[in-house]
Design a protein around this ligand. Structure first.
Ligand code: HEC
Ligand code: HEC
Length: 379
């Protein structure tokens, strides 16, 4: 039996869409201010996943849902309040707890502690892993495989990371990119499932690494994600933590996201660069993967145009990596810099489309735009 379905995951997507925005965060001095905000401090009944920050904890719930094809309320008790999530009355929640222990033991005992077996390794989107090899799969057309977040080694002859990044800078216009100091975007956002209706969206970006995204919703309150250069927050309606501060790898990932809003930063944003080759939508791409603190960032550049086609940010968690994928298209020139006017963000249970209507380059953005956001409220 397979309980999960696209429909069932809608709730998961709604809860977690804010998590998706976490994106990259900058690495400099890790912000410890709220590091005491561990999952067990905020939630009532945490046993296996103690000691991790709240933002990472919410990510693990996304992994649970995506790996098993189960909705939040398939494992929890839906009594209309967050208190229901703390109850242990749903046997699936207990099973999931045992699975966390089992997964950790398998990795410790058989794989020297490397996280090679995760919920997804066995479940692959189904609540009951299959037992018998599938003859349909064996003889049918193979389903499209998503790239794993860890890049396979590049074949000989692949350009170096420096060459790929230089080609990208030439393609976007490197002289103009060096002069881009800020920009303000206006456009629309449409989410997934019940969040599918288009809403006004704004992005404020200031070099070298500040970024705020505001998704407007008068009825429920705005969804705001901020990275101010060192700290980051997500404020969104209907969340267990009204204004969630980002930590660790999630903060690193948001920092990388903010920094990479400015193409001129691409050479220095990441460390330990390696390269790879692949295909996206049947076009060959050159990949550059690197680290930003504890986040792993992979950039895929179209081999022919040199432009950025895809960016994947992933952060570790006790139950597997949390990937967020951005696919860019509709490149147009703004103040001599070629920038994407469309992007799609895909993460464990959801997909959001951002369509940009206007980009105003080099405008003054008040510092208050990058301050800790207030809790969401209707207006
Ligand atoms: C596969 C089962 C499963 C799914 C699906 C799942 N959870 Fe959980 N959830 C758990 C388990 C197990 C715990 C307890 C973790 C622990 O003990 O460390 C938990 C704990 C929680 C808590 C903490 C409650 C408290 O106060 O103690 C919240 C909040 C939560 N989940 C939210 C969600 C949301 C939102 C979703 C959907 C995106 C979700 N969960 C999906 C199994 C699941
Ligand atoms: C080594 C393989 C393996 C791994 C890793 C694994 N599972 Fe499972 N899981 C299973 C199998 C097999 C079953 C079905 C057991 C049965 O039929 O009695 C199952 C059942 C479950 C169920 C009960 C589903 C239902 O509808 O009753 C939940 C919930 C679950 N797993 C969650 C998880 C989570 C969360 C993780 C990661 C922390 C995880 N599993 C990791 C193999 C695995």
């Amino acid at each position: 039996m397979r309980v999960g379905s696209k429909g069932a995951l809608v709730t998961a997507a709604v809860w977690l869409s804010s998590v998706a925005f976490i994106g990259g965060q900058a690495s400099p001095a890790p912000v410890q201010a709220q590091s005491q905000l561990r999952a067990e401090t905020v939630f009532k009944n945490i046993i296996g996943l103690r000691g991790i920050p709240v933002d990472e904890f919410m990510g693990t719930m996304g992994i649970f849902s995506a790996a098993t094809g189960l909705n939040c309320t398939d494992c929890h008790v839906d009594n209309g309040t967050w208190d229901g999530y703390a109850l242990d009355d749903n046997p699936r929640k207990q099973t999931a707890r045992r699975m966390v222990t089992m997964m950790a033991e398998i990795n410790t005992q058989y794989f020297g502690g490397r996280q090679v077996v995760t919920c997804f390794s066995c479940h692959r989107g189904s609540n009951r892993p299959t037992v018998t090899p599938s003859l349909t799969l064996l003889y049918g057309a193979p389903p499209p495989e998503d790239l794993d977040v860890l890049l396979p080694p590049a074949p000989p002859g692949t350009p170096t990371a420096a060459q790929i990044l230089d080609t990208y800078l030439q393609a976007v216009g490197s002289a103009a990119a060096a002069k881009l100091t800020s920009y303000v975007v206006r456009g629309t956002y449409s989410g997934y499932g019940p969040e599918g209706f288009p809403r006004p969206m704004e992005i404020y970006a200031k070099a070298p690494n500040q970024k705020t995204i505001v998704i407007r919703d008068k009825e429920a309150g705005d969804n705001v994600t901020v990275f101010n250069g060192t700290a980051g927050w997500i404020s969104a309606p209907f969340r267990p933590v009204a204004v969630m501060e980002l930590h660790g790898a999630e903060l690193d990932s948001a920092g990388a996201d903010a920094e990479l809003m400015f193409p001129a930063n691409v050479r220095n944003a990441l460390t330990s660069l390696r390269t790879g080759v692949d295909f996206i939508n049947e076009r060959s791409v050159l990949a550059v993967q690197g680290n930003k603190g504890n986040a792993l960032i992979t950039l895929y550049f179209d081999e022919e145009t040199g432009l950025l086609t895809r960016l994947v940010r992933s952060t570790p968690s006790p139950v597997g990596r949390l990937p967020v994928q951005l696919d860019y298209s509709d490149y147009r020139e703004v103040a001599g810099v070629t920038l994407p006017f469309k992007f799609t963000m895909t993460w464990l249970d959801g997909r959001s489309n951002f369509e940009l209507e206007a980009i105003q380059p080099n405008v003054a953005i008040p510092e208050s735009r990058f301050a800790r956001p207030a809790p969401a409220k209707p207006y």
